[in-house]
Structure formats: structure tokens, C-alpha cells
Write a protein that binds this ligand. Structure first.
Ligand SMILES: Nc1nc2c(ncn2[C@@H]2O[C@H](COP(=O)(O)OP(=O)(O)OP(=O)(O)O)[C@@H](O)[C@H]2O)c(=O)[nH]1
Ligand SMILES: [Mg+2]
Length: 425
């Protein structure tokens, strides 16, 4: 059976981030591997940077050693105490691992000693004081674990990511809408003001053209919202062909009567509204408007709707906004419109680092947000996608691209399901 750590997800994350976005591999656990310091040293020496975690009754503390750790060699160590949300730390130089106790420095009377046999840790008074522990802190512990700390994003991983990005790009280039019913599927981006709709278009465009694009204006009037309806076709840099998908960027949904209104949403979905129509929250489009398409064809209508939300805003959506979204969703279901949810801004979530984006769906805070979208708004968990848009960066990043392309691929599949089921007569 695999040996597992006692650290909670949050504790591990705080430690990993604190020591430089590291990945931890558990090398030693006292309750499993025994309480002999010799055994511990055999397992943990020459492993590169290591972190030792001591589980006291009320305090989780430990030691981080950046240099390669070897018996009888001297290293600098960082002693830390893990708080609920942060870490306090203190450095001691010239420490040694000795067979009867770890990390001993005899020179300055700074004897930090982990004694596995007696299950006690001794912290020198000066250090205990700076870590706000009781003076002369000596406590018994219930468990001791040692982890190897590696860089989360190494060369091999980057190669793997670049390959995956290549596969996804190819799949997208070769994609053909279901039954060749249309040349391009139309995906509508719908969501609250500032959710990241225009940024998602910019991000998709960036991935396909090979450099970061800021074509769609972000928050472009005094109220910070774009009022134009835009239908964006994109080209693939590799062959200059148009992509088999079109992204439709709409005005944001606002509180009460503000923002995009229900009538206009339905008109967009049915294909009545053409590119560059300027919305007016109070006056939905009428058939006399020059941008109104009287008899829309299958190619004019929307084939997939993506509800876009800032992941950090989910629990803060107002009662009115939640009611509005639920109402729109009900209308969509009524008219057979398939939809997904796109959660943006995942990069600005607390504790989430770049390396988390590689396996974002297994991050606990992200899972909690997905559950919140499900329970607050009613969307099925399986339809909820997560991305980190290009917002202020100028360089492409394979990790972001993979999330963007994976989300897009799901939207295309959803559009196919819609087309397959569409009553052509
Ligand atoms: N960090 C981060 N910032 C983002 C992300 N997506 C969007 N932003 C930022 O959020 C702000 C709003 O983004 P927009 O793309 O204008 O949002 P929108 O949904 O188009 O807004 P409206 O058109 O006004 O309804 C901008 O400052 C973006 O740079 C993201 O994934 N991560
Ligand atoms: Mg916008």
C-alpha cells in the first residue's frame, strides 16, 4: 500500500509554495519506516533538497534543507513552523546530521535536534522565541515525515506539455463539424461583466496564431463593459486557413436590467443578430434593425453556449445575478441549446501556482469552486471547464495553451452533440 502523508492538501500547498513551487515526494515516514535515524539518513541523503515535517501535538514544524543532504556534512537549514495560512521560519547555518539526532549545530549552542527514538524535538531558545514558540521549546511528536523537493516544472515535463499542445492543435485543425452541416461552429460566450469573455477569445486567437493577441478590447467603456456583439473568425498560422470555429463575444450580463437582456440572448442564439450590432439593455433588437437577420440559417445560429465566470466570483454573485443565470439556463434547456461553463482567472486564485495549472482539476480549491458552481447555479460538474486566460502576458505558455485548447475541444464536442440532435426540417 502506498505510504501517504499526514499533511492536509492546504498544509502541503503552503509548504510547497513557500519553498519555491516545489513538488514533494514522500521518502520517509517514522510510523512506517521505523524510528532509526540511520534508516532515515539512508532514505533521505543524496536526494537533493529535502523537507522534514514534525507533527507535534499542537504544532506542525520542520526543517528545510536546500543543499544535497549527506551524513557528516555541514549544511544550512531553515527551521519553520507551519501556521494556518502562513509559515514562520528561521535559518541556522553549519548543521550536521548525526546518527543520534538530526541537524545538530554545536558551535553556537544552537542545538536543533530531532530525536526519532525518543520522539522529541529540541528547538534552541533563541529560535523558539523568533518562531513564537514557548522558550526552550522541547516537545514530543507523533510523526515525522521527510519529503524530497523537486522543481514542479522540469525539462521533461515541458517537453510532454509541448507534445500535448501539438496533439490538441492538430485535433482542432482537423476538426470538422458534425455531418458537415456547417463549415464553422459558432460558440457564444455569455457571462457577467468582466468575467473574461473577450479575454478568452484573445487567448484562443493567441494559441492559434503563435503569439499573444489583444485584439478584443478588454473592458472598453467607462462602465468597463463592451456593448458590441462581435463574431470572431480566426486563422490558423500553420496554413492560413480559417479555423472551423467562430467565437461570439457578447455584452456582459449585469445586475437587474443592466447588460445583455434575455430577448437579445435568444435572438443571438437563434441567429438573428449579426456581427457588430450594438446592444441596448433597454431596447432589444427588432426585425427592422439593419443588423437583424430575418431568416437565419443553421450556420447563423449558435451551436454551443459557454457561460463564462470569474472563478473567484462564484460565491459572490448577487441574488439577482444567480436568478438571471438560472433563468437563462432554463430558456436554453427549453430551446435545446447545449452549454458548458468556463471558469476563468484560475491563475489568480489564492495558493494556485503555475505548476498547479498542469493538473488543475485535482486542486482542492478548484474542485470546491466547481462544486459551488454546481450547487449555486445548477450546472452539471462534468460541463465545467477551467482556464487561465492571457491577460497581461506577452509570451505564450504551453501550460495555459493546454487548458485553453482542452476547453475549446469540449465546446466543439458539445456543438457536435447539438448539431447531431438538431431537427433539420
Ligand atoms: N488573471 C487573469 N485575468 C483575467 C483572466 N481573464 C480575464 N482577465 C482580466 O479580467 C478583466 C476583464 O476581462 P474581459 O475579458 O474584459 O471580461 P469580459 O467578460 O469580456 O467583460 P465585459 O465585456 O465587460 O462583459 C481584464 O482586466 C482581463 O485582463 C484570467 O483568466 N486571469
Ligand atoms: Mg468583453
Amino acid at each position: 500500500m502506498a505510504v501517504t502523508t499526514r499533511l492536509t492538501w492546504l498544509q502541503k500547498k503552503i509548504l510547497q509554495n513557500h519553498f519555491g513551487d516545489k513538488k514533494f515526494s514522500l521518502l520517509y515516514k517514522a510510523s512506517v519506516h521505523g524510528s532509526s535515524t540511520k534508516d532515515l539518513l539512508n532514505r533521505c541523503c543524496n536526494q537533493g533538497p529535502i523537507v522534514t515535517v514534525i507533527y507535534g501535538e499542537n504544532v506542525v514544524s520542520g526543517v528545510y534543507v536546500e543543499d544535497n543532504y549527506r551524513e557528516e556534512t555541514t549544511v544550512s537549514i531553515i527551521i519553520f513552523v507551519l501556521g494556518e495560512t502562513e509559515i514562520s521560519e528561521c535559518k541556522i547555518s553549519e548543521c550536521k546530521a548525526e546518527s543520534y539526532g538530526l541537524f545538530v549545530n554545536h558551535h553556537n549552542n544552537e542545538e536543533y535536534r530531532i530525536n526519532l527514538q525518543s520522539g522529541r524535538v529540541l528547538i534552541p531558545p533563541k529560535i523558539a522565541k523568533s518562531l513564537e514558540l514557548p522558550p526552550g521549546h522541547q516537545c514530543s511528536f507523533q510523526e515525522c515525515e521527510v519529503f524530497r523537493c523537486e522543481d514542479s516544472v522540469d525539462e521533461r515535463k515541458i517537453q510532454g506539455l509541448t507534445q500535448l499542445r501539438g496533439h490538441l492543435l492538430l485535433a482542432m485543425r482537423n476538426y470538422k463539424p458534425y455531418g458537415d452541416l456547417v463549415n464553422q461552429v459558432k460558440i457564444l460566450l455569455l457571462g457577467p461583466i468582466g468575467a473574461g469573455k473577450s479575454s478568452f477569445f484573445n487567448s484562443v486567437k493567441s494559441v492559434f496564431q503563435g503569439y499573444v493577441s489583444h485584439q478584443a478590447l478588454i473592458g472598453n467603456d467607462t462602465t468597463g463593459t463592451s456593448k458590441n456583439y462581435r463574431v470572431y473568425s480566426m486563422k490558423d498560422r500553420s496554413n492560413g486557413d480559417s479555423l472551423p470555429l467562430v467565437l461570439c463575444d457578447s455584452m456582459g450580463l449585469g445586475e437587474d436590467e443592466e447588460g445583455l437582456c434575455m430577448e437579445d440572448i435568444l435572438s443571438i442564439i437563434k441567429g438573428h443578430i449579426s456581427d457588430r450590432y450594438q446592444f441596448n439593455s433597454m431596447n432589444p433588437i427588432t426585425s427592422s434593425h439593419v443588423k437583424y437577420i430575418e431568416y437565419p440559417q443553421l450556420k447563423d445560429r449558435i451551436h454551443c453556449v459557454a457561460f463564462v465566470f470569474d472563478i473567484n466570483s462564484i460565491e459572490h454573485l448577487s441574488y439577482e445575478m444567480v436568478a438571471k443565470i438560472k433563468r437563462i439556463r432554463r430558456e436554453m434547456i427549453k430551446c435545446g441549446m447545449l452549454h458548458v461553463v468556463l471558469l476563468t482567472h484560475v491563475d489568480s486564485m489564492k495558493l494556485i501556482t503555475r505548476s498547479d495549472l498542469m493538473d488543475i482539476y485535482s486542486c482542492v480549491p478548484v474542485k470546491l469552486k466547481i462544486d459551488a458552481v454546481h450547487s449555486n447555479l445548477g450546472f452539471p460538474v462534468s460541463n465545467i471547464l477551467v482556464v487561465s486566460n492571457y491577460s497581461s502576458e506577452w509570451e505564450l505558455d504551453a501550460v495555459k495553451d493546454i487548458l485553453i485548447l482542452s476547453a475549446l475541444r469540449r465546446m466543439l464536442w458539445t456543438a457536435d452533440d447539438f448539431l447531431e440532435d438538431f431537427p433539420l426540417e
